[in-house]
Design a binder for this molecule. Structure first.
Ligand code: CMP
Length: 136
C-alpha cells in the first residue's frame, strides 16, 4: 500500500554556515525526496524554544535553542513514500560519531549539537513542525 508522506527537514546553522545547503539538498533528491517548499530563515531564540518545546525538560534544551537561533537555517517540506522514516535513516544517528556511513550526519555533522540536520520523528510531529514553519 502506498504511504506518501511529508516531513519537515531543517538544515541547521553549522551546515548553512559552511555553505552545505545545496549539497545536502542533493542528498535528499538523490534518495527520491521531493522538496515541496523551502526557505532560508533565522529564528529568534523564543521561536526556537517553541519549536523544540518537546525537549523543554532536557538538560540540553537551553543550549539547543541558543544554537538553532544562532544563524540562518534552511527549512524544507520533503515528500516521498515513507518520508518520515526514510529521512531519519538518511540523516543517521543524532550523534554524528555514532551515525552509519553514507548518512548525512556522518558525512557533515560536527557534534551532537552541530549535527547539520533535523527531521520530524513521527507523523504527528511532522504535521506540527510543517505547520510551525509553513502555515500561511
Ligand atoms: P534534533 O534531531 O534536531 O532534535 C533535538 C536535538 O537536540 C538533536 O537533534 C541534537 O542536535 C540535540 N541534542 C543535544 N544533546 C543531545 C542529547 N544528549 N541527546 C539527544 N539530542 C541532543
Amino acid at each position: 500500500m502506498s504511504n506518501l508522506e511529508q516531513t519537515l527537514s531543517i538544515i541547521k546553522p553549522d551546515a548553512v554556515e559552511r555553505n552545505l545547503s545545496e549539497e545536502i539538498k542533493v542528498e535528499f533528491k538523490n534518495k527520491g525526496f521531493k522538496i515541496l517548499k523551502d526557505k532560508k530563515i533565522k529564528l529568534e531564540k523564543h521561536e526556537a524554544e517553541k519549536f523544540y518545546q518537546v525537549h523543554q525538560t532536557k538538560p540540553f534544551y537551553d543550549d539547543l535553542c541558543s544554537y538553532l537561533s544562532s544563524g540562518p537555517i534552511v527549512v524544507m517540506i520533503l515528500e516521498k513514500e515513507n518520508a518520515i522514516l526514510d529521512n531519519r535513516k538518511l540523516m543517521g544517528a543524532t550523534d554524528p560519531t555514532k551515525a552509519d556511513d553514507g548518512t548525512i550526519r556522518k558525512k557533515y555533522g560536527i557534534s551532537i549539537d552541530k549535527n547539520s540536520v533535523h527531521g520530524s520523528d513521527s507523523p504527528d510531529n511532522a504535521k506540527i513542525e510543517i505547520d510551525f514553519f509553513f502555515k500561511d
